[in-house]
Design a binder for this molecule. Sequence first.
Ligand code: IMP
Length: 198
Amino acid sequence: MKIVLATSNRGKISEIKDILDFSSVEWVTIEDQPEWPEVVEDGQTFLENATLKAGALSQFFGEPALADDSGLEVEALENRPGIKSARFAGPKATDEENITKLLDDLNKATLRGERSRVARFLSVVVLYWPGGRTISAVGQCQGTIATAPRGTFGFGYDPIFIPNGYGRTMAELSPAEKNKLSHRGSALRELHQHFKNS
Ligand code: IMP
């Protein structure tokens, strides 16, 4: 069975392949295709955006496609950046720029008297078959925002996210440790159960 991985994020590609570890699946990724369609993520929710991405890639390749739409919600920032996590500091923002903006915004909130550093990662995954059938699942990981980035593993906001019960940021955990507790790990394991039952 072929499954298209509907993402251009190399961090996600490697995590999804490791978490699902399907020996019988031939993954189709942006890394081995000369043509890859741009998908405008203009949905209002993680589920809408994941469905948009998986649907577009499934139609383009005529194969089932799997998408993850995910992001970080910070309580003191009224759950921003949320669905805008990838583009928080601007349309082509790097991970470093997004982290800098998030820490700046949180420092300003602290100066206004806000004390919470509580945050959560959310992931919604959708498997979309040509013809339009879908299954989906949600995962989350609760934690707090560090005062400065630490660690070199992972991607995105990992260097400033400390999962509850850990003294280390996500970027200080090995990929295997992160996948066991991450939002993406939970969402994909639940999706796998739906898939086996479907
Ligand atoms: P998406 O590609 O629109 O789903 O954007 C997801 C964005 O959320 C990423 O670019 C990261 O900024 C952030 N994000 C999602 N999952 C993770 C994670 O596991 N670690 C760190 N950042 C993440």
